[in-house]
Ligand binder design. Structure first.
Ligand code: PEP
Ligand code: MG
Length: 318
């Protein structure tokens, strides 16, 4: 649904002094991919592949998967598309890979962990992604959800390499992965921070529980410190770190993330124009200063207030 304040974004993301931040889109199916391309997204920072698997009793065939992935890749010729492997479990249960009887599904066999129980599902998906990538012109990157250890990152990167998928990365959405970003990024080509789950696990607050909204807030300084730790690991290994959680769509937080060293922000397409406008009005030194102020705050409110007060441009967004 479009609102009156939507402006189209058809350029490249940059700070006022020209520091590049790639502004890309989160998409969950081919229709959303088309909408993202029309909104001017530079590429796709998170292609959620669950749409191909949901509401089914069995795994989709290789051919079906190739067709589904191609229909998204075809919207971004020559552009980066980060394909996330199946993120089943917790809020996305799937009968053929997840166990519906777990007592704590958010802490259970979900995301990449399902590959232990159903290794063929991951193997088939990687084969389908590789076939789709070979048939389309998009620059295909692959990443796994819910990586918690260095060994998981290493296994995933190796599995991708066996399918000729050389740009393999990990999502950072478990605090352990943020703290071990250095060794993880010695193996993986990139990291993409999923702030929705990273916040849930850092704050021990169910992301679907409205009554815990105050805790489920990416402005919580503890979450910002985990993001900072991830960026430090990325800088140590010279690996790019992106953000693909909802936090990337908040223009004030986009400034903080840029200041922390995040080089790509992936969001719902309708947020692109506002994020681009605020970055274009803010130089990198200001991003860094405001990032420091936010990370050093003692509460989410203090972090938010410090950054908003430092960004008069926000008032112009309407
Ligand atoms: C996240 O956790 O921030 C994320 C982008 O993944 P999802 O919302 O699909 O769990
Ligand atoms: Mg997630």
């Amino acid at each position: 649904e479009r609102s009156a304040v939507v402006r189209t974004f058809d350029g490249q993301g940059r700070t006022a002094d020209g520091h590049r931040v790639s502004l890309v889109a989160n998409v969950g199916d081919p229709a959303q991919a088309r909408a993202a391309a029309e909104a001017g997204a530079e590429g796709v920072g998170l292609f959620r592949t669950e749409f191909c698997f949901l509401d089914r009793d069995a795994e989709p065939s290789l051919e079906e998967q190739v067709r589904a992935y191609r229909s998204v890749l075809t919207e971004f010729p020559g552009r980066k598309v980060v394909v996330r492997t199946l993120d089943a479990g917790a809020d996305k249960p799937l009968p053929f890979v997840t166990d519906v009887d777990e007592a704590n599904p958010a802490l259970g066999v979900r995301g990449l962990r399902t590959a232990r129980r159903a290794p063929d599902v991951l193997e088939n998906q990687l084969a389908a992604i590789a076939a789709a990538a070979a048939a389309e012109e998009a620059d295909v990157w692959v990443m796994a959800p819910m990586v918690a250890t260095v060994a998981e990152a290493e296994d995933f990167v190796e599995a991708c390499a066996r399918h000729g998928l050389d740009t393999a990365g990990v999502m950072v959405e478990v605090p352990s992965a943020a703290l071990l970003a250095g060794p993880i990024l010695a193996r993986a080509a990139f990291a993409s921070i999923g702030t929705n789950d990273l916040t849930q696990y850092a704050m021990a607050a169910d992301r679907l529980l409205g009554s815990l909204a105050e805790l489920s807030d990416p402005w919580q300084p503890a979450v910002l410190r985990l993001i900072e730790a991830t960026c430090t690991g990325g800088a140590q290994q010279s690996r790019p770190v992106g953000v693909c959680g909802e936090a990337a769509a908040d223009p004030a937080l986009a400034v903080v993330l840029t200041g922390l060293g995040v080089s790509s922000l992936s969001m719902t397409p309708r947020a692109l124009a506002d994020v681009a406008a605020v970055l274009a009005a803010t130089d990198l030194a200001t991003c860094r200063r405001l990032a420091r102020a936010a990370v050093d705050a003692e509460s989410a409110l203090e972090a938010r207030t410090r950054v908003r007060d430092g960004l008069p441009v926000l008032a112009e967004l309407g």
